[in-house]
Design a protein. Structure first.
Ligand code: NZQ
Ligand code: ZN
Length: 387
């Protein structure tokens, strides 16, 4: 296990009805709020009217930035910064999934940055400070509600890049599982895969001896397997939604990654698919993951797949190692198929044309991951296998 500094300062208010804490929490930080949300799901399911009622009845002034796209755009960030500056906003309140939260984070940091906001996406070291953020989560997936990262897309340059700074961590997040009852099947599936992928990125690691992190990771994976399909079949099953929601936060709040090397593989590959084809993040991850697993499984890495197969999928440990590893990958694929995740890039409109360009872009800062480092040719091979 490597050295680490633990810091997960976001206060979590978890459970049905926790929205009641919103006014007192906001007032700790500000009185002029920018409410940030997406394409209107929060208006359909009643979350918007609840939030507005609480703000109005507590004399909290607010302005709105709506229409944040899935794969949030730098254009929305620019609009948000302008609104904050024009109205002396002192608090940002995203209500939605990772896209609204990520957009808010970069607005919050961009507010203090003099230059063009895309600069702080390209180079996070330019971030010095951020306006305080509190999130109301409506989709279990990204973990953005409890971490310092944000992913923003620039459609002009076909770039989708991650940025982050500790100042961008939400001060608090409200996690009411009933707010996710209206998440459609496909987004529930994509969210479940995203949570699992966040775990995989840290679980399949070159760091040895991080026993506690690996056992915690397996429990999150088992939670997704236990409840992902159930939440699709029974969207109002509180137990399923609650477990997925907490799994989303725990998978990417730092807990599982502390003490391990943290260079990721599948996410940088997927971000290129989303940058060029604007596909749903979790779907891209679901397509790539089994092919990535097959590609990186070798004599050096096989023990991690055996551990995964035995501890997560309950495969008999007495079987031959190679058989266990292959079975574990097959079970992963079968699980994604059971969630109706497509298994080929062509099914989401991605052909051969841009595979090479995307493989080069994914490795623009060097090879991916340390578990089994991937150069641009490796990434291209995985893309081709996934076609
Ligand atoms: O836009 P609205 O109308 O709200 O609809 C959204 C959107 O269409 C809908 N939705 C959300 N909550 C709902 C709902 N529909 C009905 N009922 C509800 N309760 O779901 C769709 C997807 O929403 P979005 O916020 O885009 O999804 P998600 O949370 O999966 O976020 C994806 C973005 O986060 C980035 C991804 O790359 C992608 O851009 N990521 C952010 C990370 C982070 N900050 O740590 C890490 C992740 O790996 C990921 O890269
Ligand atoms: Zn993700």
């Amino acid at each position: 296990m490597k050295n680490f500094n633990y810091s997960i300062p976001t206060e979590i208010f978890f459970g049905e009805g926790q929205i009641k804490v919103l006014p007192e929490q906001i007032k700790k930080y500000g009185t002029k709020v920018l409410l940030v949300y997406g394409g209107g799901s929060i208006k359909k399911n009643g979350v918007y009217s609840k939030v507005v009622e609480l703000l109005n009845s507590n004399d909290i002034k607010f302005w709105e930035l709506s229409g944040v796209d899935p794969n949030p755009r730098i254009t929305s960030v620019r609009k948000g910064i302008q609104l904050c500056r024009e109205n002396n906003i002192d608090f940002i309140l995203p209500v939605g999934g990772g896209s609204s939260i990520d957009c808010s984070k970069v607005i919050a940091a961009g507010y203090y940055y003099e230059g063009e906001p895309w600069d702080i996406v390209l180079d996070p070291s330019k971030i010095r400070n951020a306006l305080p953020i509190g999130a109301i989560l409506t989709l279990a997936a990204t973990g953005s509600e409890m971490n310092a990262g944000a992913v923003i897309t620039n459609m002009d340059t076909n770039e989708k890049l991650g940025t982050g700074n500790p100042s961008m961590k939400p001060k608090f997040s409200i996690l009411d599982p009933t707010y996710t009852f209206t998440v459609p099947k496909n987004q529930t599936a994509a969210g479940t895969v995203d949570i699992m992928s966040h775990v995989f990125e840290n679980y399949f690691s070159s760091t040895k001896g991080a026993y506690v992190q690996n056992r915690l990771s397996e429990s999150i994976l088992k939670t997704c397997i236990q409840y992902g399909k159930l939440a699709m079949e029974e969207p109002e099953n509180y137990e399923a939604r609650a477990n997925l929601m907490w799994a989303s936060s725990l998978a990417l709040n730092g807990l599982l990654g502390y003490g391990k090397e943290s260079r990721w593989s599948v996410h940088p590959m997927e971000h290129e698919l989303s940058a060029y084809y604007d596909i749903t993040h979790g779907v891209g991850l679901g397509i790539l993951t089994p092919y990535w697993m097959e590609y990186v499984m070798n004599e050096t890495t096989i023990d991690s797949f055996v551990e995964y197969g035995v501890n997560v999928w309950g495969i008999n440990p007495d079987k031959d190692k190679l058989q266990i590893a292959k079975e574990a990958i097959e079970k992963t694929k079968e699980f994604f198929i059971s969630l109706d995740i497509p298994m080929h890039l062509e099914e989401v409109g991605i052909g051969e044309e841009k595979l090479e360009t995307m493989a080069k872009a994914a490795t623009r800062h060097g090879s991916l991951g340390l578990f089994r480092p991937l150069d641009s040719q490796d990434v291209l091979n995985i893309f081709k296998a996934a076609l």
